[in-house]
Design a protein around this ligand. Structure first.
Ligand SMILES: Cc1ncc(COP(=O)(O)O)c(C=O)c1O
Length: 379
């Protein structure tokens, strides 16, 4: 709850902070939940067995402090050493650590030094500004191109808003909430131009045509962020990781909590890495549903942006996007709408199972049908 008057017990920075708003997690029976980019398929039977088998008297013990087994398995997967990997309580924790580890809090937000700047493109992951504010860092939010594509280095130089000296640049790739995939060659050019640390936030990369993972091992100032949440059906367990140069990774290890990754999360992540074909089959199912749903919605008058993720961003016809959110909710379909001006005309829809996609299309047809009988003005 926000205090109505100043509380001298709380830092002014925290009193003024606008907290991150996560998507709703309602417990409504029969609700088709397409609002938080969760995977519609459960973890593999092998992962569920491993987690269940770990629930016994050993819960009294602390977990491995460095998530050693998970780091070893990830090192094999990425062709690097465990020293190149840090595991976090979700990738969110690691993004916060990156800001704490690489960016100075600013004493003068209006004219910050490059060492005090966290920069990112907009629209992208709305947690970044909250993390920067929490640390007291300066923010540099630079708009993407009008079609949500990544500006080239030449365009960024011409625009003069982007800083090539900023202490930390956070690039969501593929982007959220647009769903746009960025070419690795374009990302590499951007990385080459940056003097500070670059985090390529690849939370959705398993649904994309290419990934930029190799850049983390090629450049000493580039980190790649991945998560078990989306593609590996483990949101509940909170496990994410960074890959990168041992110096940067070592710095983050110094400032993390001693036991930052819970034991059952480590068990689940390790078992996941032993069962990758199960998940790769799910990526293909989700991509197929995404393409089918995109075509179906386009056929009903929606403008659907091409997506390389497990969600689509779409501009709906006939009613405002905010109205669509409510109308779909009345049909027990929950999607996400953001009030930010650049995307307020869009809905972000997570790709569910084919049955969930069919339920969405059915609800859309019903809403459009009733709209045609009693047309409502766009707000
Ligand atoms: C772009 C992006 N990065 C990171 C995350 C955080 O994922 P995690 O569950 O690993 O904290 C999300 C979650 O929505 C995201 O959209």
């Amino acid at each position: 709850m926000i205090a109505s008057r100043r509380n001298h017990l709380i830092r002014p920075l925290v009193q003024e902070l606008h907290a991150y708003v996560p998507g709703e997690q309602p417990k409504i029976k029969g609700l088709v939940k397409l609002n938080t980019n969760e995977n519609p398929y459960p973890p593999s039977p092998r992962v569920l067995r491993a987690v269940k088998a770990a629930v016994d008297g050993r819960l009294r013990l602390y977990p491995n402090p460095t998530a050693e087994l998970v780091r070893e398995k990830l090192a094999t997967l990425h062709g690097c050493q465990p020293e190149n990997i840090i595991v976090g309580n979700g990738s969110d924790e690691l993004l916060a650590l990156a800001i704490r580890g690489f960016v100075e809090p600013t004493g003068r937000p209006l004219r910050p030094r490059p060492a005090e700047v966290v920069q990112y493109f907009t629209p992208s992951y709305s947690l970044y500004p909250v993390l920067a504010d929490t640390h007291g860092a300066a923010k540099n939010a630079v708009p993407l191109k009008a079609d949500f594509n990544l500006p080239t280095v030449a365009e960024l130089k011409k625009g003069r808003q982007w800083s090539f000296e900023a202490a930390l640049s956070l690039v969501t790739t593929p982007n959220a909430p647009s769903g746009h995939g960025y070419a690795t060659v374009a990302l590499e050019k951007l990385c080459q131009a940056q003097r500070g640390v670059v985090v390529l936030d690849e939370a959705y990369v398993d649904f994309a045509a290419e990934n930029a993972g190799a850049l983390a091992l090629k450049y000493p100032h580039v980190l790649v962020s991945r998560t078990f949440s989306k593609a590996y059906s483990l949101c509940f367990q909170r496990v994410g990781y960074f890959v990168g140069h041992a110096d940067l990774i070592g710095a983050l290890h110094k400032i993390r909590d001693s036991y930052n990754v819970n034991g059952l999360g480590q068990v689940a992540a390790a078992a996941t890495l032993d069962d990758l074909p199960y998940y790769r089959a799910n990526f293909q199912r989700i991509i197929a549903t995404r393409e089918r749903l995109s075509r179906d919605l386009a056929g009903l008058g929606f403008i659907v942006l091409p997506s390389q993720t497990n969600f689509i961003l779409t501009q709906p016809p006939q009613f405002s996007a905010a109205d669509w959110l409510q109308k779909l909710r009345a049909e027990k379909i929950l999607v996400r709408w953001f009030s930010a001006p650049a995307i307020q005309d869009y809905l972000r829809i997570t790709i569910g199972t084919p049955a969930e996609a069919a339920a969405l299309v059915k609800a859309v047809r019903k809403i459009l049908g009733s709209g045609r009988r009693a047309p409502a003005a766009r707000k």
